[in-house]
Structure formats: structure tokens, C-alpha cells
Design a protein around this ligand. Sequence first.
Ligand code: ATP
Ligand code: MG
Ligand code: MG
Ligand code: MG
Length: 562
Amino acid sequence: MKLSKMYMPTLREVSSDAEVASHKLLLRGAFIRKSASGIYTYLPLGYRVVKKVEKIVREEMDRAGSQEILMSAIQPKEIWEASGRWDRFGPEMFKLKDRNDREFCLGPTAEEYFTTLIKDEVRSYKQLPLNLYQIQTKYRDEKRPRFGINRAREFSMKDAYSFDTSPSTLEESYMEMYRAYEKIFDRLNLDYKIVEGDNGAMGGSKSHEFIALSETGEGEIAYSPSGKYAATSEKAKVVYEIPESESPRELEEVSTPNLKTIEEVAEFLGVEKNRCLKAIDLMVREEPVVVFIPGDRELNMSKLESYLQTPDHEIELMTDEEINSINSAVGFTGPIGLDKNVKLIFDESVTKIDNMSIGANREGYHIKNGNYGRDFSGEVCEDLLEVKQGDIIEETGEEYMFARGIEVGNIFQLGTKYSEALDATYLDENGKEKLIWMGSYGVGVTRSVSAIVEQNYDEDGIIWPMSVAPYQVIITVINSKDEEQMDLGEKIYSEFLDSGVEVLLDDRNERAGVKFKDRDLIGIPLRITVGKRAVEEVIEYSNRRDKEKEEITVKEAFERVY
Ligand code: ATP
Ligand code: MG
Ligand code: MG
Ligand code: MG
């Protein structure tokens, strides 16, 4: 592309609401323009970067076996009502009505939509696992849109959804996505940490966030220097370490007792019989075993399964009504939870069941890939432990490290939350109807662009990593009125074009200073300057990051670029 023809209205100054470097530089470098609060246009340069990010995301998703589709950005209200999220999403959801008063939303995410898509056509275990993704514009009426495209109200997200027959195959699908995300963010050249996440509005049992480190990030994370542990600070509170050899797969194979009688169950659970007899009775006698847990049921279901699954018993989820009727029948007033020894306890004081398989099971304490009692032990503590600067991780003697960062990706094990709400089932090998186990996986495509800039700029502008640079090379002709300089510039330009190099030619009739400023600002990685020595076919070669200049021949320049 020739800059004389390009729509690249760079700016020397931007309005004061651009607080952070990425916002300022993307505006100044003519990558984006604001059209309303949190709503942006991508100009030619910016859109090229977005497409580069999309390409990397697509390649890694495809390689991981996910298949790309495209669903509408408009989603019907009914499916969101079925999951209970029409109301729960709150004011962040953009809602709209058609001419017949039918209600829709502009999709902020698409768990319900994808589940609805596959549920009638995926009938058999033979069609699973399945993983579908899209790169689609998402809409969230953020309370505080800020930092340009970092927290926008309209943004591009890659969202993927996996459908599995069991928690263990879900774990495999999840880990496949985990590894694909590592590749994506490596290729985006981001310096990031993977942290245990908060499940927030998604529900489910396990999640990780991919956090691009940046002082301007809105998220805070705590981690151990040895790299064994990281979590968002509201969740983070590592205390224990587990043997490195223990992979999640091995941990899942932990044998669980085969409980046949009420007595065995009671003993195993260590609960007072008179308090829980009826519940246990239900558990052992019903076929399949019934476990009822109020609150975040998916979270507990997947964790319970790994403990209580026996050859003779299966666990099934119950509806709220069923739980309520059993509760009132057996006279329980409080919620039922699990404590650290895998007891079923019926205790009014237990309000949250947390971290059975990943944590030390005291509020705020988490262990990655460990099982309580087998991999670690510890005291139960009711209080939330706050981690402060200077605190020591008792077991390892390490001091907590803290960092700020930008959430660029988030993966979740959803369990059966959405398949239950939307009735997405499959028939297993025995022709038995079962709920599909789901995961969801998001990458902030446009947010990644701003995160990359936050990590790659200097006082003169952006320094794009090659993998996402809008163009790889920029040729600056110092004096475009000089025929020899222009001829050489054009010659190099067309040779690069012929060999597929993405190249810009600054042929504008501007002062050299203006051209240099712009090329620094827009951050093209490799630069060729055609000046006085054009006759000898000697050019000045430099790269954006260190700006070291070298005079080399055109021939050498080609060799460097290829
Ligand atoms: P945040 O905590 O920043 O509000 P989130 O946890 O609500 O993000 P998810 O629902 O996990 O976001 O969505 C998946 C990904 O979409 C996020 O990891 C992020 O990269 C991106 N994303 C979410 N909200 C926005 C937004 N307002 N603008 C740009 N990207 C966003
Ligand atoms: Mg959010
Ligand atoms: Mg978040
Ligand atoms: Mg998130």
C-alpha cells in the first residue's frame, strides 16, 4: 500500500479521555476512531491488526479440533430466560424488540445460543465430543467503558463451546483449549500469566484466566515466584504445593470407596447418623444415587462425581423443586455441603461449597490439581484469608508476588448448567439419556490488540510484534520529488509485493521528519529508508524496536527481510 493513497489520518494529539498508552497510540496512529462511548471503528491499519489476531486464533482453534461457525449477534430472549440469565445479566445486556414486540438481545456471549444450536441434532454419544467456535462481535453495555477498545461496549470475541459426555472428557477438551490458548497468546507475543479464575456469571466448576501483564490492567493477580501458582487476587490465596508429577489426569483416577450400605456411607462421610440418615438413605437406595445440593449445583456436581462415583451408583442432578420437596420432607433447614473430609454435612452455617478438588476447601484457599487429603492437608478456616504485599506462602517460604494485568482470555468448565437449562442431552452406549457436559472458551480479540500495544510501545509510538503487525516493512522515500529515490523505492516495493511481503511505501509529498514520526507511531517492525545513496542502490535499514541504523545494499535488505 502506498501511503499517498492510504486512509491513515494520524494525529499529534488526542483528547484527554484517552488515559492509557494503548488508547492514545491506537487513536494517534489511525488504527481506531471512537464513534460513541465504548464503540469504535477500525481504520485500515487497525483492521489489519485485528485480522492478524483473528488469523492466529483461527489457526490454533482449528488445530485444536474446534470448528468455526458464525451465529447471529442477535439472540432470542427465550433461550436466555431458560438459563435464567435474561435477568441475571442485568444492565450489561443490550436488549431490543422487533416490530412485533418480540424481544432479543445483542449477544454478550453465547452459551445458550450454541447449546440451542446443537441440542436437537446431537443425539448420540457417537457425535461427541464436539467443539465449535465463532469470531463474532459481542455487546456489553459496560458500566464504565474505558481504555478504548480494552473495555468496549462493542468488541470482537472468539468464543468456543465444547460438548462432552462426561466430566473426564470435558477435562480433556478443557485442557486442549488451555494449550491452544497458550499457543495463541505466545504467538501474540504477550507476556501473560494463567491464573485460576472466578467463575462469575458463567457458573461451573473450574476456570482459568489468561492475564496479559500490564500496570494499566484492571485485574490484580497474586502468584508464587516459582510459578506453581497464580490466581486473581480475589480468589488467590495459595498455601500448599503439590508434587509436580501429579497431572490432572492422574488425580482423576483416585479410587473412591464403593459404598453400599447406609452404615458404610455414614462411616465414610463421618456424619452423625441421626442428622443425615434420611439423606443418606436416599443416596444409597435410590437408583441412581441422588445427591442434592443447593446453590451452585454444577460446581458441586462435577466435584462430587469424582468422589462418589462407584460402579453401582451414579449421581444425578435434581431440580430445585425436587430439592425443596426433599428438604422439607426430611426437615433440613440449611444448605447441604461438603467439608474437607468429603463429608456430606447438613449444616446451616455452610453457605458455600467450594473447591473440593482444587482447593484446601477453606474459603479462599486453592490448590491447583490437588485433592484434599491425598495431596495435601490443612486446617479448615472459616475466614477468608486476604493476601497482602509481603505475606509469605507458609509452605514454600516464598513471598507472594502481585501484578496487574488485562484479561485477554478466559476458559470455563460449565458442567451441565446450560445443557440442563436447555435440555441438551445425548443417548449413551446403553441408550440412556444423559446431560451433555460443556465448556466455554473466550478470547478477547480486540482487547488483545490493546494489550499487545500496552506491552509494546515507547515514547514515539507502537512497536508491533511481527506476528500481528499491520505491515511487515515500511519503505520511506526521503524526498519523493527525487526521481532516483522514488524509482528505487517503487522497485523495492514491487519486489516485496511480488514475494508476498506486506509492505508500505511512504511516497507522500511530506517532509522527512513527518514521515519518520508517522512510521515510529504506527510501529511497522522493519524499515527501509531510501535517500541520497539511491543511485548506488544503498538504503538505510533499521527495525522499529531498537532503531539501530545500518547502510546496506538493496540486495542485502532483501535477504534480511525474507
Ligand atoms: P472483564 O473481567 O474484563 O469484564 P469478563 O470476565 O467479563 O471480562 P468474559 O465473559 O470472560 O469477560 O469474556 C471473554 C473475553 O472477552 C475476556 O477474557 C476479554 O478478553 C473479552 N472481553 C470481555 N469484556 C470485554 C469488553 N468490554 N471489551 C473488550 N473485550 C472484552
Ligand atoms: Mg465483564
Ligand atoms: Mg473477568
Ligand atoms: Mg472472564
